[in-house]
Design a binder for this molecule. Structure first.
Ligand SMILES: [Zn+2]
Length: 309
């Protein structure tokens, strides 16, 4: 394996490229359904999260042999085009494999209530986009290294957003792909039944400690250097404490129902609350904080109202 010359990424028709590693940017990053795709174009190709660009990735799929597909986690926007790779070996972290393999398990992890607006929305989306369960051939583990013809990539387990979320460290081109630790201004998203707030915080520390030259995420079309990455990560991480502080601030003023806390616009700006899905996600994420505050005996629940202990 040769270490590639340390040239910068250059712009291509679909994204950026460094040697035979191509970053395919999601065409419309405002559209929740699409996520960035990475392709290693060597003699043992790997496609990570096939989703970004339907036309290009469908075409690419027809040209590949002996290829592997890695899904960073089970969310639909990271696996939308899995079905285009019928010959591929599919891989994901072992903690998310059951949700890729099984539609039932996938739904259970999103929400225990099969009638929730979230699951209804996901069901519609799966029908519209013709999504399917994925056979996972290989279950990955933290720190596992995969070799391609020209590259070595290292799997970094970063649970929280989902139990089996992974980052991928491209060792020889000094690139860390942090998937849905996505550095968006919105901040961390943990509205799944199985999302874990504490694990998410620990995973942010884990990616922070990985010093490399380039950083990218699943959402947004930028390659960051370390300084910019740390700046973005600081802001991303600050939302955990900001959200908790605002919940406590609300409760200082008196007992509140979950609906009243969501109405305070702590997760999404209130202007976005006309979207019922945003209200739903907000409820779920505030509940994660409330559960934690209850476990720490800082907040108690009585008569449908949360209050300071
Ligand atoms: Zn996700």
């Amino acid at each position: 394996m040769s270490k590639l010359a340390n040239t910068d990424f250059h712009e291509t028709e679909h994204g950026h490229r460094k040697g035979d590693v191509e970053l395919v940017w999601a065409r419309n990053s405002k559209d929740f359904f699409f996520a960035n795709t990475i392709v290693i174009h060597d003699d043992s190709p790997i496609i990570i999260d096939p989703s970004a660009n339907f036309t290009y990735i469908r075409r690419l799929a027809l040209t590949l042999n002996n290829h592997r597909v890695i899904n960073t986690h089970y969310h639909s926007d990271h696996r939308a085009l899995n079905g285009r790779f019928p010959e591929a070996t599919f891989m994901c972290h072992r903690d998310d494999a059951p949700a890729l393999r099984s539609w039932k398990e996938f739904q259970r992890r999103l929400d225990n209530d099969p009638e929730s607006i979230y699951l209804q929305w996901v069901k519609r989306m799966w029908q519209q986009m013709n999504l399917h369960e994925t056979k996972v051939d290989v279950e990955l583990a933290d720190e596992q290294i995969l070799e391609t013809a020209n590259h070595q990539i290292k799997i970094i387990h970063i649970p929280g957003h989902t139990p089996g979320l992974i980052a991928i460290h491209f060792l020889d081109i000094d690139l860390l792909f942090t998937s849905d630790i996505d550095l968006t201004p919105f901040g961390p998203w943990y509205a799944n039944e199985v999302s874990d707030l504490e694990a998410f915080k620990a995973s942010v520390q884990k990616v922070r400690a990985i010093e490399t030259e380039h950083y990218i995420t699943s959402h947004g079309q930028r390659v960051f250097g370390r300084e910019k990455f740390l700046e973005k990560l600081d802001r991303f991480e600050s939302h955990f404490a900001r959200r908790e502080a605002q919940i406590l601030e609300q409760l200082k003023a008196g007992p509140k129902t979950l609906e009243e806390l969501t109405d305070a616009g702590i997760i999404y700006r209130r202007a976005l609350h006309k979207d019922p899905l945003k209200v739903y996600f907000s409820n779920k994420m505030i509940l994660k904080h409330l559960e934690q505050l209850q476990n720490q005996a800082e907040v108690v629940l009585g008569d449908n109202h949360y209050q300071l202990a």
